[in-house]
Write a protein that binds this ligand. Structure first.
Ligand SMILES: O=C(O)CCC(=O)C(=O)O
Ligand SMILES: [Fe+2]
Length: 345
């Protein structure tokens, strides 16, 4: 089998590579597609395993957060089911969650990982220890997102049961609920038994999504978790929980409530004492940073302490209030996003 190098982890199996320049950046660098990575028999076995676990989940035998199902108004008709092993992914906060909340890998998933590593589809140095199985029905989707940066790269997705396209790129537009089109991105078909490996820019810069499925599909997403002592960066605690933009964030985070879960949406947990302290500190720091940026970008007349060019900055004693500065920064960010969104790559 022809080999290629993946960072310093040794030779990996070659697959189809992709490239798409957005300005000077190849946003699909590091994306590799491997076809027929498992046998039809193994696919059957995996499908049977997933179907059984989903049935157990639906009947209440498999509890949250191991089994989750999108529901409620915010799911927009999307009823995707998810099962987690090895590591809990906190959909509500869009990052790895507390350890020990979901079961370890069952034997069949260990076998799958052994196989993918042995065949050099995945680097042995980044052996996945967490898994999200997504089961899509016709009409289900996963919105554009970047997998949390704390997971080691590459991450990979094995497709089973049905073939659907995944959009990977730096900019998408929403066509309608559960449907996106790339402005700067590619549509990559994911045949049954294929493994899509997202590394480099394709994992860190590009977003990926699956629009409303044409039929049933199962995906097994494998990732290596950050070390057990990993803590979210304090910047992630800034702002009101759940107010972050969906674009580039996790798929199931909308307005601070989980939209994949059974019945009632999960409520955000209150922050621990140390998290509250870090948040307070970061909020103050960001306030200061925003002030500086604000003066530079939005306030050419900042010497005028009543009004800047946009006429929106409140200044007292020569200082922009933190609240107003943050509002201005968000406004600028939105403006920039709107401009960027229109630019084709
Ligand atoms: O279903 C897929 O292939 C993608 C799943 C995914 O992106 C994820 O779980 O983060
Ligand atoms: Fe993902």
């Amino acid at each position: 089998m022809p080999k290629r190098k993946w960072d310093d982890d040794g030779p990996l199996a070659t697959g189809k590579k992709f490239s798409l320049m957005d300005g000077k950046v190849d946003v699909l660098e590091g994306l590799v597609m491997h076809k027929e990575v498992i046998s039809e028999e193994f696919e059957e076995e995996l499908i049977a395993f997933v179907q059984t676990q989903c049935e157990r989940g639906r009947s209440g035998e498999l509890k949250k957060p191991t089994y989750l199902r999108a529901s409620g108004e915010r799911s927009q008709g999307n009823q995707r089911e998810a099962i987690m092993y090895g590591g809990f992914f906190d959909f509500n906060r869009a990052r790895p969650g507390k350890r020990g909340l979901v079961p370890p890998f069952p034997a069949i998933l260990e076998r799958l990982v052994d196989h993918l590593v042995a065949k050099n589809y995945l680097p042995s140095g980044v052996r996945p220890d967490s898994c999200i199985i997504n089961r899509y029905d016709r009409g289900d989707c996963i919105p554009p997102h970047v997998d949390h940066s704390s997971y080691y790269r590459p991450i990979s997705t094995l497709s089973l049961l049905g073939e659907e396209p995944m959009l990977v790129g730096s900019r998408f537009r929403t066509v309608k609920s559960c449907t996106w089109a790339p402005i700067c991105g590619k549509s990559i078909s994911l045949p049954r038994r294929s493994l899509l490996v997202l590394g480099g820019n394709s994992a860190n810069i590009a977003k990926h999504c699956i629009s409303s499925c044409s039929g049933q599909r199962i995906s097994i997403t494998l990732r290596k978790q950050p070390p057990p002592d990993w803590k979210p960066d304090a910047t992630e605690l800034v702002g009101k929980g759940g107010k972050r933009s969906m674009q580039g964030k996790d798929e199931s985070r909308v307005g601070g409530v989980i939209n994949i879960g059974s019945g009632a949406m999960l409520k955000r947990k209150s922050l621990s004492g140390s998290a509250k302290r870090r948040k307070k500190m970061m909020t103050a720091q960001v306030g200061r940073l925003v002030q500086v940026n604000d003066v530079k970008q939005d306030s050419p007349n900042s010497h005028n302490d009543t009004k800047n060019g946009s006429g929106r900055v409140e200044v007292s004693n020569g200082k922009v209030s933190e609240k107003q500065a943050r509002r201005n920064a968000r406004r600028l960010e939105r403006k920039q996003q709107a401009v960027d969104a229109l630019k084709k790559c």
